[in-house]
Design a protein around this ligand. Sequence first.
Ligand code: SF4
Length: 332
Amino acid sequence: MEDADNRYVAPGCTLCREGAKLVLFVTGRCDRGCWYCPLSAERKGADRVWANDREVVDDDDLLAEARAMSALGTGVTGGDPLVALDRVVHYCRLLRAAFGPGHHVHLYTGRAPTDDELRPLVGLVDELRLHPPHDDWHRILETPYPDAIRRARAHGFAIGVEVPSLPGLEGLLPLLPLVDFLNVNELEWGESSADAMRARGLELAEQHGNAVVGAREWARPLLGHEKVRYCSSSFKDAVQLRERMIRIAVNTARPFDEVTGDGTVVYGRLSSDDIGGAVAALELGDGEYAVVDGAVELGWERLAAARTAIEGEKAIVERYPNRGMLVEVIPL
Ligand code: SF4
């Protein structure tokens, strides 16, 4: 797949930009200890599974999340997914069985996978993204990664490298003839990597963001190459996340919820001791309201229009879709 400049874009990236890629976090375990590891304290080292932000306790949790966002593909991540290879195989089979062979799957790993690790993934994973350790970048052709890339290609996988933007990125240039793509993610400040970042003299670029000063400069020697893509922190938040939220919001909104351009939903909430009376007074029909936690939820404009005529505590509520996090509650 190529972009407007005729440069290769990994299929997994195209779906991610559309917000159509589910993020399946299969384990927080990893046998590396990168100082810049972006995992949160909650996820780092935890042998638990999340589909986007929903914890996966049984298979239905994963399928429900995939359906809620009409996922067209899945990015398998961690930790290192290859630490939990059997689990990866199980979930990928589940996704393929539910959504068919067209459901695109890409998988990240910090390892240089062996044949024994690659074989079980054939037919279940389309694209592999390798993350060689930063300390090896300057001698990348002497590491096990070039052979792993050739092996992966022989097994039929699309193969790329995906790394954070750090000094010394140009060390990866010799890999470009071997791979389909090289993705550079803007280095992000993380809660568990903050001390290590400070110790190296790094700084946050802006108060309201996670980008680190200098990250784009470190990527500059690679930018412009036809196989190289740079993914900024702001793009991830502003485009990928928002697009995913909009998909989930549209799929899960009730008839009276308003879906915003940010992918949140807005509705009215009326807390009343007499729910039946409030529903009758507002002349709400089927589909025009829901009773949730002892309150009536309905279209916010309808509630706003009746606010002086109806008893009870009234508010306009904005939240992430599917009963996600509250963004704002405005009393009426
Ligand atoms: S390989 Fe990835 S998950 Fe593992 S420590 Fe490094 S950044 Fe974290």
